[in-house]
Design a protein around this ligand. Structure first.
Ligand code: NAP
Length: 178
């Protein structure tokens, strides 16, 4: 299972100037609960976005992608591309979480089975956006089902889980074959 997890403001903004333009402790707690014990895959910029005292993310094998030969990420495995990151992660565990950022989410979209998205009711200015799930995805859970949770920060937010639809029947000779 390859999952991707992110939080987004209206319009899909996930980051600005190397950081997230909000603070949502409830989302951080959920991120920790979902990813704990599983390998996490991230781009070099996302690794850099964590304050040094918070990296590597504890209790999880951290796998960082970079094209640089001499990049050092103490406590993490450094790999040269997404394929190697996923192969490394899946050799450790059959549940893997891609934790950012925009480039890696976009590149990994076709490989993912599940998306855990936190929607934040916020108009944020940002330079990084999440990919938009296409029609091959369906929402299997929204929490709350309607409306919003209220954060102790005052922000309103909701969680969505998306999974891939079962593959559509293939069309052969003009007719649908189950
Ligand atoms: N809201 C959220 O849930 C969330 C989650 C995570 C991150 N973020 C935000 O997202 C932003 C970072 O995203 P980003 O798109 O700028 O960067 P990113 O995806 O975190 O990292 C991009 C970097 O990773 C390396 N990389 C990625 N794919 C590669 C490949 N196939 N081959 C070789 N290297 C590869 C490259 O590093 P080199 O340049 O070293 O080659 C590239 O510059 C930050 O603002 C962060 O706070 C938000």
């Amino acid at each position: 299972m390859i999952g991707m997890i992110w939080a987004q403001a209206r319009g899909g903004v996930i980051g600005d100037a190397g950081d997230m333009p909000w603070s949502l402790p409830e989302d951080m707690a959920r991120f920790k609960a979902i990813t704990m014990g599983h390998p996490v895959v991230m781009g070099r910029r996302t690794w850099k976005s964590f304050p040094p005292r918070y990296r590597p993310l504890p209790g999880r094998e951290n796998i960082v992608i970079t094209s640089s030969d001499d990049f050092v990420a103490p406590g993490a495995r450094v790999v040269p591309n997404l394929d190697e990151a996923l192969a490394t992660a899946l050799a450790i565990d059959d549940e893997v979480w891609i934790v950012g950022g925009g480039r890696v989410y976009r590149d990994a979209m076709a490989r993912a089975d599940r998306l855990e998205i936190t929607d934040i009711e916020l108009d944020a200015t940002g330079d990084t956006t999440a990919p938009v799930p296409d029609a091959s995805w369906r929402v299997v859970m929204r929490d709350p089902a309607e409306g919003w949770h209220a954060s102790r920060t005052g922000l309103r937010f909701a969680y969505r889980t998306l999974e891939r639809r079962a593959e559509r029947p293939r069309e052969r000779h003009g007719s649908l074959v189950e």
